[in-house]
Design a binder for this molecule. Structure first.
Ligand code: DUC
Ligand code: ZN
Ligand code: ZN
Length: 470
């Protein structure tokens, strides 16, 4: 298949310019003015922006949690991602006691239905001599990233000494450590206190996970990164103080990078106080307007490196079905915690929303430039996670993962346009100006307006190598 995209305005992380793009097979073969090819399908992109497909470095598909599972799997979540302009996603493998090979195999099987390209991070939720010895084998499987938690005591957390040892192993093997930063000890005590006092509503989810814990844990991880001389990527930065810590550490030469997510830019604890507050329950929680503002500054000033989603959707009311691709689906959701905030499945939908929301409410209102948008959504995650320039670039030889973006398209966002497999959208009714019109995955048109042209099994597993430290 040969496709010639004519007369578009290319937007990369660095520049914006007019050019045509020729796609031959799965690859971009030429970029330039007045390109021609006798057998090409012509796509006229006059008045449209052309960007590299989005790379979402942080999603949780088909993730078991409490007595349910995140409601998008490796097909439905991928499809939703594609409609929002994202063509590569990275998901976290749950570490089973049977070891890395077994755990990766479980996730490989889940992802056989992949509709876009994907790769995995490994949750390092246990640590002992055997695990330490086996970590380098992940690199051979193309899994270049480990994730640790400084919260979720007794479940996902490993102690700081183990994190430090793992950081040293990561360094020796060209791997990158990702970190969920909160203070697990403080959280456990506050949750016990809240329940003893009979506080069971969603806002207590936020009260029991204070911002200072996130700030302190971010600095703690940065300090360990420095002491192990091993890079760290802090996921889902949510508190303004975390941006301050990131800035401080980076100014001192520490190899630490930061990701934020759309929900932390727009929402506050006030959402948790609403009657439908459970919709916004995720960890870390929503903070304050001041935190939103400092995170935006972190993006406009280039202190942060990426915007991921932490997409981990649940139904608001999993007792009632929704129709997905013609069938009724219902999966237990937030109603599990109606009498106790600690039982609300943690997580939010956002895999499709990320790029359209950030375009209108980031680029459209002048908070970030179009080039920063491409950097945060695509190029930087591709670089950090060892996929660049195959992904994240409009360049000759790169995979033809391309979004044709219609900057004039006006619509009201919400479940009516959403392919996220859940019964609500955080941005319901928000006005959008600008939306993906066509999305190509390695040269194949998979989204054409409202029409889905992709299929199960289109997505490839991406083996990753050592990435860049930005
Ligand atoms: N936080 C969530 O809210 N859900 C999944 C994982 C996480 O860190
Ligand atoms: Zn997390
Ligand atoms: Zn997460």
């Amino acid at each position: 298949m040969i496709t010639l995209i004519e007369n578009g305005t290319l937007v990369t992380n660095l520049e914006t310019f007019q050019a045509d793009i020729l796609i031959e097979g799965e690859i971009i073969s030429q970029i330039g003015k007045d390109l021609q090819h006798p057998n090409a399908n012509i796509v006229d992109a006059t008045g449209k922006f052309i960007m590299p497909g989005g790379v979402d470095p942080h999603v949780h598909l088909d993730l078991p949690m409490f007595d349910t599972v995140s409601s998008d799997d490796h097909y439905t979540g991928h499809k939703a991602a594609a409609f929002g302009g994202t063509t590569t996603v990275m998901d976290f493998v749950v570490l089973d006691d049977k070891g890395f090979d077994y755990s990766v195999d479980v996730w490989m099987k889940k992802a056989e239905k992949a509709a876009i390209d994907y790769s995995f991070h490994m949750n390092l939720t246990n640590f002992n001599d055997k695990i330490a010895k086996d970590i380098p084998s992940l690199m051979k499987m193309g899994i270049q990233t480990l994730k640790v938690f400084t919260a979720y005591n007794g479940r996902l957390r490993i102690d700081d000494g183990s994190i430090f040892k793992a950081l040293r192993i990561a360094k020796e093997n060209g791997m990158l450590m990702m970190a969920h930063c909160e203070n697990g000890d403080v959280i456990e005590t506050l949750v016990t206190d809240a329940l003893m006092a009979g506080h069971t509503t969603p806002e207590y989810h936020a009260f029991t996970r204070p911002a200072w814990g996130a700030v302190e844990a971010t600095l703690r991880m940065a300090a360990m990164a420095e002491q192990a001389d091993s890079p760290v990527y802090v996921v889902h930065m949510n508190a303004g103080g975390e941006v301050d810590m990131l800035k401080y550490a980076r100014e001192h030469g520490v190899k630490v990078m930061g990701e934020t997510c759309p929900q932390y830019l727009f929402f506050t604890i006030d959402q948790l106080r609403q009657p439908d507050g459970a919709k916004w329950v995720c960890s870390p929680p929503m903070r304050t307007k001041e935190d939103n503002a400092r995170l935006w500054e972190g993006l406009s000033d280039g202190i942060l490196q990426t915007i991921g989603t932490d997409h981990c959707p649940f139904f608001m009311d999993g007792t009632k079905p929704i129709v997905y691709e013609g069938s009724d689906v219902f999966i237990a959701g937030k109603e599990l915690g109606k009498d106790d905030f600690t039982k609300i499945p943690n997580g939010l939908p956002g895999i499709q929303d990320r790029m359209p929301i950030l375009w209108t409410y980031g680029v459209g209102v002048g908070r970030i430039t179009a080039n920063q948008f491409v950097a945060y959504m695509s190029t930087n995650p591709a670089k950090i996670f060892g996929l660049y320039p195959r992904k994240g670039a409009l360049a000759v030889g790169s995979d033809a993962d391309i979004v044709i973006w219609d900057p004039a398209k006006k619509m009201k966002h919400g479940v009516a346009h959403s392919h996220q497999r859940t019964d609500y959208n955080l941005y319901e009714g928000w006005d959008l100006t600008g939306y993906p019109e066509k999305v190509f995955l390695r040269g194949k048109l998979i989204v054409d307006g409202e029409e889905w042209k992709g299929s199960r099994g289109d997505g490839k597993f991406l083996k990753r190598s050592t990435g860049e430290i930005l």
